[in-house]
Structures are given as C-alpha cells and as structure tokens.
Design a protein around this ligand. Sequence first.
Ligand code: ATP
Ligand code: MG
Length: 348
Amino acid sequence: MKLKIAVIPGDGIGPEVVAATLPVLHAAARAEGAELDVLDLDWGGEHHLRTGAPMPADAAEIVSDRAAVLFGAVGRPDVPDHELVWGLIIALRQQLDLAVNLRPVRSWDGVTTALRDDRDIDLLIVRENTEGEYAGVGGRVHRGRPGELGVEVAVHSRPVIERAAHHAFRAAQARSGRLALVTKSNAMRFGYTLWDAVVEEIAVSYPDVECEHVLVDAMAARMIQKPRGLDVLLCSNLFGDILSDLAAVLAGGMGMAPSANVAPGRAPGIYEPVHGSAPDIVGRGVANPVACMLSGAMLLEDSGLPNAAARVRDAIADALRDPANHTPDIGGSGTTTRLAEAVLGGVG
Ligand code: ATP
Ligand code: MG
C-alpha cells in the first residue's frame, strides 16, 4: 500500500518536530508493509514574506488528492500572527471543511504531571471547529467613545452540532463507551440548550454509550480533582479550546498534545501538534517532538494503518519510560534528537 500525504513543516519549531517525526512515520509504515509518499510544502512565514501570502490560492486543491496533511506550526516574529493563523491554518481548515477537532490526552508512565495523585488521564476532546463563540459574528460600536461596545455573537447550528455529536458518539463506542456533553446551558439559554436537545435526540441511536451532561465549570474542577473515568468530552469551539489546554497541561504539557482536524467521512484531514511555533526555543534543539509524532500516529490510524499507529505510540511510551530521553519541557535535559532516536529505535 502507498499512502500519499502532504507535509507542511511551517515556522519556528514546526520544522524541528516534523523532521523528528517523519522518519518515525516512514519506519512504522514500512514495518506494516506500506510506503509513505510525501509531498513537502514550503508554506508559512517565509512563503508569506516571499509572495505576500502564506500559501498559494489553490492550496486546498494541491492537497486534495492526499490522504492527509501533517502540519507543524506557523508564526514568526516579523509577520503579524493573524496573517499566518488566518491566512494558512484557519483558511485551510475552512476550505477543507474540517468541522471536528480531536484532541486526545493521556498520561504516560515516567512523565510527571501537574496532578497531585490521580494521574491516570486518558480522554478525547471532540471540539466543534467552525462556529460557536468563534463564528466571527459581531462588531464594534461607538469606537473610541465612553460607551463603546464589542459584540460577539455565538452561533450554534443544528447540522454542525449533529456532525460533531455523531463523531463523538462513534468515538465513544470505539473507546470506553462514555460521553460527556460539556455546555453552560444553565446560564446561556439559547445556544447551549440547543446542544442539550440535539445530543439527547442523537443519544437514542447509541444505546451502548452512556451519556451525561456536565456544565463547563464543573468539568474544569472535575478534570483536576477526579479525571479518572472521563472518556469522550463533546465540546463547543470555545470550551473545547480551553479544556484541551487544561487537559494537556495536566497530562504533561503542550509538547505532548496532538490533534486532528477532520471532516467526518472525508479526506484529507490536517494533523498537527496543539502547540505553536514556540519562538523562545527555536534552534536550540530542545523542542519536544512527541505532540507531532502522536499527531502522525492519528494520521496513520485514520489512513488505514492502525498497526503502524500503534507501533508509534508504543515506541513513544517506551522512550518516555527513560528520563534520560526527556526534553526540558517535561523536566529532563535531553534533546529533540535524542528523544527522536529513542522512538525511531523502538518502532522496529
Ligand atoms: P504561537 O504564537 O505560534 O502559538 P507561542 O509563543 O504561543 O507560539 P506555543 O508554541 O503556543 O508558543 O507554546 C507556548 C510555550 O510552550 C512555548 O513558548 C514553549 O516554551 C512551550 N512549548 C510549546 N511547544 C513545545 C514543545 N513542543 N517542546 C517544548 N516546549 C514547547
Ligand atoms: Mg500559542
């Protein structure tokens, strides 16, 4: 089998973690009798300085025949953040209609977490990726005047909630069969009550999934006090954004958190570490490549190579058991290269 993917290393530590990840993905695929065919795309900050845009106008078309896209990060000090974030990653998510954002978080043997005792976290945040509080609806009124207003309208639509909910229920079936819908429907009476109603309707078709409704404030407390037992969390755009950073830090930090942006049932998705370009550590050889490698494992899994994905995850777990392989963000003094070589050696 030949798996065609596209790779956008981007800026900052993006190219460093992608360079550490690709050999691991190649080796894992090869061990399962598959070959990766990689289209390398030089999109990002440098492309923006050269051409005035971070990616070409026909970007979505260029990646459309690929099974998936692996993305590093964008952001550099001499280009305004929004040019790159909106011009590349958000534009690409919209053009490919990637409506669901998946953020699995788990704790790893050998990696100390921010939790006091209950260290077992293994959950999946399914975040609606296109609307809610980030719909971009609103405006500023009476600019610069004493009564100035900033109005931000949250938009929640039934088809988009349904799409995210079906994805979450199916994910729960493949995991431990528990789903928590996270809302704030006691205080926000229109959008989140629609979430409650739609999810209740859909739950009927998934009798094997145990579904509870949890308010976001209670969920934040529970993730810290008693994360054990949480499985799939279905969240709106804003709550998913906040809770996934919280979960990532609880389980070892931003350097450990992978994600996938997918259009349920369709390719290609974009697989990327949750972290950004991390300009403070660029070029020092200490970026943690695990978030990117785990994103690569999600890519392999969704592209029909679940055994190759398992190889990557197992090799990461083995490498992390030895503190000498830990990068500084998880309390060690190891380098990107050392950790990458340890994982590569374990992939087989
Ligand atoms: P961006 O604007 O691109 O989001 P940022 O400055 O917000 O970049 P992030 O990458 O989001 O930086 O992460 C915040 C901080 O976390 C970084 O400055 C860095 O110190 C640390 N960090 C993030 N990712 C990693 C990683 N993979 N390895 C080690 N440290 C990391
Ligand atoms: Mg950031």
